[in-house]
Design a binder for this molecule. Structure first.
Ligand code: SF4
Ligand code: SF4
Ligand code: SF4
Length: 326
């Protein structure tokens, strides 16, 4: 077979493979059957950071000190020593709470416990897993190889690497349910929800929390409402406050396939630093591409087989012609 014919035939086969390849995204995963989560209501948050302290206490994490002589926690962002942080949005003179103009608002940052988690999807060794019953996204340091791929798979920049640990380790909120703690499995609630003095961080099932969020959004601004505190299914107390002018948006109901930790606010989420996300989960797209490419690996093999047949046929013809001449 001449070199030019070989390239022509190869390109033709490759073109046929590409033409017949359509990348299929798999559907988003559905919430786990008994998914638990949290609802953060920014309008209830007073920025006291009791949730940050409780998170550190429960998870045995050190304070992030500012200077050598301070022992208080000054964590400004998530890190290997901080699984939960309260951030602030300010505008203009910052005088009015929960207003976009000349106002301020608080926003909680911790793992969102995605329904279809990108970190789980990209981890090459299943060190990150979604609990099939509760939907909690857990981490197993014994399995982790420290490759940090999960950091690229998370749209919220949540997994944090401990660069001081010679073995390398990822840190993130595991909803206070990791091995040895298991607050949720034992019938308790998350540390941050338990400590919150206003109910801004509320624990419960995803279904009950979503109902509670929609109830608040449907109420008339100015009306007094008794906000449940602790666990939405069995509140230990209530916090009375007037309903603010909420944005009609439950963050996490649908974003990137949904999350078990959801947020509501009177300030738009882009101002609070949430990433722009569609409804399709990143995991569903990337796993769809992978599975399509792997399934189409059969086609190059078929193309190679076809080329082999052409070479064999041409060789036989050439031999025959050579034989006829002699
Ligand atoms: S927020 Fe990030 S770390 Fe948490 S479950 Fe989602 S992808 Fe994973
Ligand atoms: S659920 Fe637990 S680990 Fe997660 S932010 Fe709250 S206290 Fe911290
Ligand atoms: S404990 Fe509650 S009110 Fe205080 S900072 Fe945390 S979420 Fe806000």
């Amino acid at each position: 077979m001449k070199r030019r014919n070989f390239f022509q035939t190869s390109l033709g086969a490759a073109g046929a493979v590409l033409a017949s390849t359509t990348v299929q995204a798999r559907p988003n995963l559905e919430p786990a059957p008994q998914a638990v989560g949290m609802l953060f209501d920014s309008t209830l948050c007073v920025g006291c950071k009791a949730c940050v302290s409780k998170c550190k206490e429960v998870n045995h994490m050190p304070p992030v000190a500012m200077g050598k002589d301070t022992h208080a926690d000054f964590a400004l962002d998530l890190s290997f020593a901080t699984h939960n942080v309260i951030k602030i949005y300010t505008s203009g003179d910052g005088s009015k709470k929960d207003q976009e103009q000349n106002g301020f608002a608080f926003e909680k940052r911790s793992c969102m416990h995605c329904v279809d988690p990108g970190c789980v999807s990209v981890c090459p060794v299943t060190a990150l897993t979604r609990d099939p019953v509760t939907g909690i996204v857990n981490y197993n340091a014994d399995v982790c190889i420290g490759c940090r791929t999960c950091m690229t798979g998370c749209p919220y920049n949540v997994p944090q690497y401990d660069y001081n640990n010679a073995l390398g380790e990822i840190h993130k909120c595991e909803m206070c349910n990791q091995k040895g703690l298991e607050r949720i499995t034992k019938g308790g609630m998350t540390g941050c929800a338990e400590a919150c003095p206003t109910g801004a961080t509320l624990f419960g099932t995803r279904t009950a929390l979503l109902e509670e969020a929609k109830r608040r959004l449907a109420l008339k601004p100015g009306q007094v409402y008794k906000y449940p505190m602790g666990d939405v299914r069995k509140p230990d107390s209530f916090h009375e406050k007037v309903i603010p002018q909420y944005k009609n948006h439950v963050w996490g109901e649908k974003e990137a396939g949904g999350t078990n930790v959801m947020h509501i606010s009177a300030v738009s989420f882009d101002k609070l630093g949430m990433p722009p996300l569609g409804e399709r989960s990143h995991a569903s797209i990337s796993e769809g591409v992978q599975s399509t490419l792997y399934s189409y690996m059969a086609l190059p093999a078929l193309a190679l087989g076809g080329l082999g047949w052409v070479v064999k046929r041409n060789t036989e013809v050439a031999n025959k012609e050579g034989g006829d001449k002699s």
